[in-house]
Ligand binder design. Structure first.
Ligand SMILES: [Zn+2]
Ligand SMILES: [Zn+2]
Length: 337
């Protein structure tokens, strides 16, 4: 096994397990170093037991490289393969009919991998498409895309699609819902994108009525197709309480404007909470089961959302990513009038 491939797979598996970013970065750096130095030099250093002379290579990464060069599967990698495996349970059947993922990030904003790497992972997982939804300009900590960069991204996607066909990368954005309910990107660009996910990322503690008005305004926008992680809660670590809003009113707006509600698969989000999923079902809403993946390994998290949807008996026909790419794009276009 090539050391760079072993390290790359470890990065994938650590991301799949939502490992600490520091740890992921250490292995990603080791992969890049090994890639840069080249196989011959790495072999030579291994023969002299000098691998740790390389910058960024410590005892653990050195052992992975050595075991890979000696011809086996490195034990660290083998253990991760076994301990981080994800398999859908109740949602296995549903997982089988999902055709893509409507919420993914790349290094263009705060993701950890290129668009091409994300797309190739989606292909390996059997997806027919993924919607690339990098952040919008005002989310500066996440390197949100200016109008100009978004236009360039669309060009890059066009070029990639020529090479990756029949797989399709659909153009999209995770657009910030600003405090007044307006959207953080130019109208003409939002209209041009295949799928628009809109999410609240700031002022999550807004007073109930204001937050309700803010979300309804976004949901009612002709550009918005999916309402992302609607409560903003985090359920892992220090956590974050859900935003307070009148879900009856927001979901009534989703029903009125045929905006899908996202089931966000991220383990630390698990958004919306169960009671809101039930309420959304009562309103007859469509759902999008989205990984919100910021790294290739996280694209496997669809299984979590499928389990949740299955537990709530959501019919597959209500889930937008069971649609073929053309149908999904056509549905989204109905919102743009
Ligand atoms: Zn988000
Ligand atoms: Zn996101």
């Amino acid at each position: 096994m090539r050391p760079a491939d072993a390290l790359d797979r470890i990065v994938y598996l650590l991301d799949r397990a939502l490992a600490e970013s520091q740890k992921v970065r250490a292995f990603a750096r080791a992969r890049d170093v090994v890639d840069e130095v080249g196989d011959d030099e790495v072999e030579r250093l291994h023969a002299h037991s000098d691998l740790t002379d390389l910058p960024g290579i410590g005892p653990t990464t050195a052992r992975v490289i050595a075991e890979a060069l000696d011809g086996g599967v490195p034990s660290y990698l083998a253990e991760l393969e076994a301990t981080t495996a994800i398999a859908p349970e109740d949602g296995a059947e549903l997982r089988g009919v999902l055709r893509g993922d409507c919420h993914t990030h790349s290094t263009w904003s705060d993701g950890g991998a290129s668009i091409e790497k994300m797309a190739r992972t989606a292909m390996a997982l059997g997806h027919e498409y993924m919607v690339l939804t990098d952040h919008s300009p005002r989310l500066t900590i996440a390197h949100g895309l200016s109008a100009d960069r978004l236009r360039r991204q669309i060009d890059e996607i066009d070029a990639l699609n020529d090479r990756l066909a029949p797989f399709r990368i659909l153009t999209g954005i995770e657009v910030d819902i600003l405090v007044d309910g307006s959207l953080d990107q130019r109208e003409d660009l939002l209209a041009r994108l295949d799928v628009v996910v809109a999410s609240v990322h700031s002022k999550l503690r807004m007073e109930r009525q204001e937050m309700t008005r803010r979300m309804v305004a976004a949901v009612a926008s002709p550009h918005v197709d999916v309402l992302g992680h609607c409560t903003g809660r985090k359920v892992v670590g220090r956590g974050r309480p859900p935003s307070i809003f009148d879900a009856e009113i927001v979901f009534a707006a989703c029903a009125q404007f045929d905006t899908a509600l996202e089931i966000n698969c991220r383990p630390e989000r698990q958004d919306p909470p169960d009671e809101l999923v039930d309420l959304a079902i009562d309103w007859g809403l469509r759902f999008a089961i989205d990984t919100d993946a910021h790294a290739p390994g996280q694209m496997e998290w669809l299984a979590y959302g499928c389990d949740k949807a299955a537990r709530h008996d959501i019919p597959p026909g209500q889930i937008v990513n069971t649609m073929a790419a053309d149908d999904l794009v056509a549905w989204a276009a109905t919102h743009d009038g």
